[in-house]
Design a protein. Sequence first.
Length: 449
Amino acid sequence: MVLVLLLLATTCRCAKVGAAEKPKIGITGFRVAGDLDPSLEDSLYDTLLTKVGDTGRAIVVDREEIGREAKDIKESRQATSEEEARSKAISRLGIERMCAGSLAKVGNRYYASVKVINLDLSVERVITSSTESEADLGTIISDLAIKVVLTRTELDYFERAEEAWAKAEAADTAQTYREYLEDFPESRRAPEAAARLERRTLPFKLEMVLIKGGAFTMGSKQAEVGREPDEGPASEVEVGDFYLGKYEVTFAQYDAFCEATGRKKPDDEGWGRGDRPAIRVTWNAAAEFCNWLSEMTKLDYRLPTEAEWEYACRAGTTTPFYWGESVEDAHEYANTVDQSAKREHPDWSAIPGDDGYAETAPVGTYKPNVWGLYDMHGNVWEWCADWYEAGYYVYGPGNNPQGPSEGTERVLRGGSWFNTLPYLRSASRQGFNPGYVSNGVGFRVALSP
Ligand SMILES: [Ca+2]
Ligand SMILES: [Ca+2]
């Protein structure tokens, strides 16, 4: 019998070592002030007990246990006053901190607070939260319970994390959730941040180049070879900062959009999908692709304006092409009608060089402009946001022009694999019906900063 008791005692001591790592917190009550329903005292007290216990970070000692211990002490005459008995009980029970809640109503708002008291009766912290809805009191007390059990350092981390979470949630973008996870990987919101980051992340890589705004001359000089009347008068135009796709939108990207939205995928003419530019995309579909990106990411994706497109294509140049005006060099910079195309279409007028592709080429095959943009000349025509108007430059487009306010055709820029060089020039413009479908027409996206 003695042996059994001894064994039990040993077992208990072992169990206590593990448990001792968690602080013991005594919870003494929950007071409600003023004319609030007094029965709230017991229910809020029970809630606080449960919520502190639920954190799994403390051992909760309730007021009954403290009362029983104090009564024992008093009855065995180890204390002369209630106060002394209680103080000894707290010490004997191994309690490290005491806490008590209170609730008041001011106007329409409930103010709940929990005071945490050290054994020397100094106030360790007072945590307060408020709500207008009585139904939210449970949630509020749950939050207060967490703050009761945290150490000072943990509480500081918790509060900074909560503040950062409020900001991340308000912005609701992949970027803000990514930053939140970097700063607060251990926080209670981290799993939710990770889930939201995934939801806001596109199912493909979309490389965007920051284009710093500035002024440029939009349109072409009178003497430029291949110039059309709609390219003049050349006008001083300013654009702000924006991002532009490094490449034309590829089939891989466009197909993902089609799959996500239940849209029919455009025909690739048997040339291949993947990193080839999406073709046979109408202006309307291109605009819907941008809206889909915006919904997914909560960022402002859109088609570039005609002015932004030409500014980005020129990249500071005033020559017909961003590589200058050499016809001999064209095949290194652009997919146009070259000797490859001529072999398939012997009657086409082609440049002397061979760019390697009779039809579309994978995006990024040719040399970029100095701002790092690929295929602005050739490969596929690119839809711009604006309505097309041949005489638009006569008005003097000015600052960040958005194009005519109405029209029947949308702007296409940059020429394609089936066009001769003059159509590929930085200033060359075309207008087509927004429902136009062609195996030489695609697009790239812009993003407002
Ligand atoms: Ca070609
Ligand atoms: Ca292009």
